[in-house]
Design a binder for this molecule. Structure first.
Ligand code: NAD
Length: 374
């Protein structure tokens, strides 16, 4: 049966990296006798240019009717001056909300061959996952910009959580931990914020109510967590946190993997809808130059196969193809540590190799070629 995938290339490098993900999925389809149908839809800056709004109704309709959504990235300086509801990012928040994507899963894994690209001197084993609440908190709460009685320019955003919003994301984290090494760290700012005190209370209540034997739960304040992530990331397995904290912590964690360009993500709804996107943005500084790292996008496609389509072997085939390509020394600029491009790629199955600087398209081609050997 054909799996219908809505593809939002978006802006900047979004278009380049989604093209590489589709290349890989077509390779998977051929090798494993699967059928994927792709419907391209508009969102972000390009949608503003072509339709006047960042999230056209047609896009929401197609995404809702699809089995999963692949998203590149949106945004760029061209659209930065627009009113809030007419900026590309409004499209992103809108589609998350329209699809009810409340759980954002961001695996942070350092491939052994990229240990040199990690910002830490002795990173050890890094294999954690950040579970970020995605449609609540300050990004969705009441907000206002106005002049107060004394004519001072004033603005506020409201960080609001309801108990059921906390409960459902906590359950996602506990269930994930059951399939991993079993420890959940809930991150909040309960020493200062009311919303965090409720967060902590509900997370523990949820833990007590369910059958989560074999799992350990702990709390950590977000400022400490930011520090612990760079001091000793190997202590973490599953981190669960609210929207704003998760946004910041996952960008911080991304450099542990060598680059933002290596960090995939999945956003899931209660009804099973899933949107898969890299954690990075549209990278306007390198857009259109064939310099983007497509691996976060490609690994996001692997997450789609596993989480939305139950295609575990196919997902694993992509992940091991990525690993082999990295082991052969291919590097896009963001993870390249050499000074001069090496001349030749050693044959398949060789030991870890000298690095060779490649572009987005060549990196995608190399992963696609490796799928044949998975
Ligand atoms: P960014 O993630 O686009 O880029 C940050 C830095 O990382 C840049 O130097 C960029 O070149 C580099 N980088 C990012 N992804 C890369 C990749 N795959 N390969 C190689 N290098 C990569 O963040 P930014 O510069 O703060 O934002 C640019 C635009 O993207 C803004 O308009 C922002 O609002 C938007 N944005 C969109 C999303 C999204 O669509 N989910 C997320 C974050 C930012």
């Amino acid at each position: 049966m054909t799996k219908n995938i809505a593809v939002i290339g978006g802006d900047g490098i979004g278009v380049e990296i989604t093209a590489e993900a589709i290349k890989i999925l077509n390779k998977i389809a051929a090798k494993y006798n699967r059928e994927f149908g792709f419907t391209h839809v508009l969102m972000g800056g390009i949608a503003i240019d072509e339709t006047g709004v960042p999230l056209p109704e047609e896009t929401v309709k197609v995404c809702k009717a699809s089995d999963a959504v692949l998203l590149g990235a949106v945004g760029g300086p061209k659209w930065d001056k627009g009113a809030g509801h007419l900026r590309p990012e409004a499209g992103l928040l809108g589609i998350r909300s329209a699809l009810g994507l409340f759980a954002n899963l961001r695996p942070v894994r350092l491939f052994d061959v990229l240990a040199d690209a990690c910002v830490l001197k002795n990173p050890g084993k890094i294999d954690l996952i950040i579970v970020r609440e995605l449609i609540g908190g300050a990004y969705f709460g009441r907000r206002e910009t106005y002049k107060d009685e004394a004519e001072a320019r004033t603005a506020y955003d409201t960080m609001l959580y309801r108990d059921w919003e906390i409960e459902r994301i906590a359950k996602v984290a506990f269930k994930l931990a059951q399939k991993r090494s079993g420890s959940v760290c809930s991150v909040d700012k309960a020493n200062v914020l009311d919303s965090s005190r409720l967060w902590r209370e509900v997370v523990w209540e949820t833990f007590g109510k369910g059958d989560y034997s074999g799992i350990t739960l702990s709390d950590m304040l977000v400022d400490n967590c930011a520090m612990q992530l760079v001091r000793d990331p190997s202590q973490f397995d599953v981190i669960v946190t609210e929207n704003l904290f998760g946004d910041i912590l996952s960008d911080e964690a991304s450099v542990l993997t060598g680059s933002l360009g290596m960090l995939p993500s999945a956003s899931l709804s209660e009804s099973g809808a899933g949107m898969y996107e890299p954690c990075h943005g549209s990278a306007p500084d390198i857009a259109g130059q064939d310099k983007a790292n497509p691996l976060a996008m490609i690994l996001s496609a692997a997450m789609m196969l596993r989480l939305s389509f139950d295609m575990d072997s196919e997902a694993a085939a992509i992940e091991s193809a990525v690993e082999r390509v990295l082991a052969k020394g291919l590097r896009t600029g963001d993870i390249y540590r050499g000074t001069e491009p090496a001349q030749a790629i050693p044959p398949l199955g060789g030991e870890s190799s000298p690095e060779r600087l490649v572009g987005c398209i060549e990196m995608g081609d190399a992963v696609a070629a490796e799928i044949c050997f998975s």
